[in-house]
Design a binder for this molecule. Sequence first.
Ligand SMILES: O=C(O)CCC(=O)C(=O)O
Ligand SMILES: [Fe+2]
Length: 337
Amino acid sequence: MTADQYLARGESGETTVVPVIDIGPYLRGEDGAGTVVEQIRHACAEVGFFVLSGHDVTPDLLGRMRAVSAAFFDLPDEEKRRHTSVPGETMGYVPMGRENLAATLDLDRPADLKEIFDIRRPDLPDDPYYGSRMGRRLFRPFEWPARPDGFARTWTEYYRAVESLAARVMEVFALALDLPADYFTDKTDRSVDYLRVINYPAQDTPPAPGQLRAGEHTDYGTLTLVATEDVPGGLQVRTRSGEWADVPHVPDSFVVNIGDMMAQWTNDAWVSTLHRVANPDTGAASARRQSVVFFQNPNYDTVIAPIETCVTPAAPARYEPVPAGEWLLNKVTKQRA
Ligand SMILES: O=C(O)CCC(=O)C(=O)O
Ligand SMILES: [Fe+2]
């Protein structure tokens, strides 16, 4: 991916960088559904990011998810560390200093200033897909924290809600690529999703040179749904001219971005845009930030190759086929600080 593929406009540009799209008409099968498809096609091709409103994940559920997660991060360090993920994995608690997203682009930067709790699909179905060698590697069972109360219940409820929403967005993606609405269904129905809450603590000491809340990176999979927070030190996208532009926070909406595998599927007709999480200004260093992030990655045995509607004589296939699980593991290995 080269910098000139990032079309979003930055500080010096007045254009809206990241459009807000109301998916409601599509979800309800109303007349405006065609417009939703058009808007999403445009956003994915031009920006790689959009803000999704009109979805059916309730503010109540999101509020409970935030509260229970914040309560976990407020537990004593020693209690959180009992859930520390095995090295090279992100399942469970990932303490400060363990992840470095810029390293996925082979950049030499200090570790990200964040801690994480991360799960895979809860309540795994009895299916050889999950029990195979690759299945066990990617869907390793994890232990829920005993505290705070209701953690497992709320996270499971949230997982189900965003998993369904992601499936509906994938239908829109298929339609936007002139494919049948269910084109991606059998490629993502056992997806290797990551549900993680990221706590970006207040910055009591100044970050090291080049150190950020999250270093620049692209996401790896199909799509990401981020519930952001309106506090200093937030998500930024890289514009075509190489500037960093803030992604707007719209209450009760998700920031949606596409990942590398969607860019490869579309033969780069759609962009997997560089982004990062900035530090708060010194004056706002006490601002803590928490984001709730759902990454959808295809089934591990889905082979990602440019889709036929995206390959033309003028745009020949740019990518060799690659199994999604392999691509994902390669990235996850690199992200270790
Ligand atoms: O915290 C955020 O707003 C986004 C984090 C992010 O981009 C990531 O973890 O991939
Ligand atoms: Fe990201």
